[in-house]
Design a protein around this ligand. Structure first.
Ligand SMILES: NC(=O)c1ccc[n+]([C@@H]2O[C@H](COP(=O)([O-])OP(=O)(O)OC[C@H]3O[C@@H](n4cnc5c(N)ncnc54)[C@H](O)[C@@H]3O)[C@@H](O)[C@H]2O)c1
Length: 282
């Protein structure tokens, strides 16, 4: 697919997967509209693109704020008239046990990982449906929307929700004969800044001194997550090349790590045979 002059919206564009999507598609001549809560890195990537002759629209916003996304969508349509690809990509993670994870973490992940895509759908999909051009709405869910992994329950719950809402989106777009296709990206571990995401938290909405963050349970799980990111992460460029190709090929469930396919099949087989959940082998 030729991406020259395609209009691409990316939330969570300032770091990791979103930043690599931005760089790849900008290098291919796309017109970018970028949003992120991280003003410093968003401005840096906008400056980097501008220095290369590609001037993106950039908005500092929190995807949990539906009004901010609505204003962003209005500005994108003012600037570009239409959207070819909209990536609802911003996301955060928290680590912990189901019972120990502080409530503020559950709220933060639900608002960012689940309501973020909902707010992006509410802002962009009604406009995309009205366009004569075909377009794509892409949610970055996770392999943790297909498999239950043990160290990040709020993340898994929020990603199962973001994946299922994207499935419903696709069904409703089909019902309407809309020229918009939905896609769900389901990566396993990809090199990014994800484990450093607490820096985006809004002061006053959580307690960094919560004793749970000093517990052995938290420290053990956090060390396991850091170890996996260190030893197993796929290079960001490789994941993003796979994602962009799969979107253009019309794939709905975009699986960047085929090594997990047997575990996905095993989960479904376990459900119908009445088995108890087991740890995913990595
Ligand atoms: N890296 C992985 O291993 C992995 C695996 C599966 C899924 N994912 C998903 O990929 C997406 C991108 O994450 P990443 O791994 O590149 O991490 P990252 O931290 O490098 O990038 C995430 C971006 O989202 C932004 N962001 C966070 N909260 C926001 C908010 N409330 N509003 C606006 N922007 C916000 C951050 O500032 C950051 O730029 C996330 O949805 C994540 O859950 C990542």
């Amino acid at each position: 697919m030729n991406h020259n002059d395609k209009v691409v919206v990316i939330t969570g564009a300032a770091n990791g997967i979103g930043a690599q999507l931005t760089r790849k598609l900008a290098a291919e001549g796309a017109k970018l509209a970028l949003a992120d809560i991280d003003a410093t890195n968003l401005n840096a990537i906008a400056d980097e693109l501008a220095a290369a002759g590609n001037r993106p629209l950039a908005a500092v916003l929190d995807v949990s704020d539906g009004d901010a996304l609505e204003a962003f969508a209005a500005s994108v349509y003012d600037a570009y008239d239409h959207v070819d690809y909209c990536f609802a990509n911003a996301g955060v993670i928290s680590i912990g046990s189901v019972w120990g994870t502080p409530k503020a973490d559950w709220d933060w992940l639900w608002q960012t990982n689940t309501m973020g895509p909902v707010n992006t759908i509410r802002a962009f999909i009604p406009r995309m449906i009205e366009q004569p051009e075909e377009s794509h709405f892409i949610t970055t869910a996770s392999i943790a929307g297909l498999l239950t992994v043990e160290n990040s329950p709020a993340y898994v719950a929020s990603k199962f929700a973001s994946l299922s809402l994207t499935e419903v989106l696709e069904l409703q777009l089909q019902q309407q004969n809309a020229k918009v296709r939905a896609h769900a990206i389901c990566p396993a571990i990809v090199k990014s800044d994800l484990l450093n995401c607490a820096r985006h938290r809004v002061p006053g909405t959580w307690d960094p001194a919560d004793p749970y963050y000093r517990s052995d349970d938290f420290r053990t799980r956090a060390a396991a997550a850091a170890g996996s990111m260190e030893s197993m992460a796929m290079p960001t460029e490789q994941a993003v090349d796979c994602i962009v190709k799969a979107v253009d090929d019309g794939v709905f469930y975009i699986l960047t790590h085929p090594a997990y396919n047997p575990a996905i099949l095993g989960r479904v087989q376990g459900i119908v045979s009445g088995a108890r959940p087991t740890l995913v082998q990595r």
